[in-house]
Design a protein around this ligand. Structure first.
Ligand SMILES: Cc1cc2nc3c(=O)[nH]c(=O)nc-3n(C[C@H](O)[C@H](O)[C@H](O)COP(=O)(O)O)c2cc1C
Length: 210
């Protein structure tokens, strides 16, 4: 091999190396672009999915049964409001003037019920909050007051629902909204204490949340 051939060979090898490196670089850039595209799509899908939380208080399980069905139908997380001092059947006897609810009903200052916690994990993650409660003396059972007062509903849609024996939701949801002062509160819904699964399903379907 003469000197000229060797130089030509070296040039060819150098050109081959440069071509390979350039092609490889272009391929990597395409991959980066592809990945970015996937992330963007995932992000926009995440935005489409509502993050729903069902918060409820229940003293005698009726609201709890419905709240669990609501959460299941909406594929939502669930949080129970629990007073430090649980209400016993005696506490709930409104026909007895000295029972706990009778005393709390008579004296509003006693209704500031202490809860085991008012803090929901990842509260900021949820954009839709359903709040379920029993009606007591035509308003929402007051352990719910302590919860709504302690949380910031800014940027969230709030959907109240209640269970009651006869009086329906009345002004209860409006009063809760006034207590929070934040959030976009939609019209509340009233279930009979022993509403059926199909009643609950009809309502959750009507919300169009999933
Ligand atoms: C202290 C107390 C007060 C109540 N007041 C009313 C009322 O004013 N109107 C009504 O329709 N039902 C009233 N009820 C019935 C409850 O709202 C109803 O049974 C509800 O489904 C109970 O829910 P829970 O089992 O989740 O606690 C009252 C019940 C209790 C214990």
């Amino acid at each position: 091999m003469n000197k000229k051939t060797i130089i030509i060979l070296i040039i060819i090898i150098l050109i081959a190396i440069i071509c390979f490196a350039t092609l490889n670089g272009l391929k990597n850039n395409e991959n980066i672009a592809d990945n970015t595209g996937i992330e963007n799509i995932m992000e926009s899908n995440a935005n489409l999915n509502k993050k729903v939380l069902v918060v409820y208080f229940s003293a005698q399980d009726h609201t709890e049964n419905i709240a669990k069905q609501v959460a299941k139908n909406l594929n939502a997380d669930i949080f129970e409001i629990t007073p430090v001092e649980k209400y016993t059947e005696e506490d709930l006897n409104k026909n007895e003037s000295t029972s706990r609810v009778s005393r709390e009903h008579a004296d509003e200052t006693l209704r500031n019920v202490k809860l085991t916690t008012t803090k929901v994990n990842n509260w900021e993650y949820y954009d839709t909050i359903l709040i379920g409660y029993p009606i007591w003396y035509e308003v929402s059972a007051w352990p719910v007051d302590s919860f709504v007062r302690s949380n910031d509903f800014r940027g969230k849609t709030v959907i109240p629902f209640c269970t009651s024996a006869f009086s329906g939701i009345g002004e209860s949801a409006k009063l809760l909204e006034e207590k929070t002062g934040t959030g976009k509160w939609l019209e509340g819904y009233s279930f009979e204490s022993s509403a059926s699964e199909s009643d609950v399903k009809k309502w959750t379907d009507s919300l169009k949340l999933n």
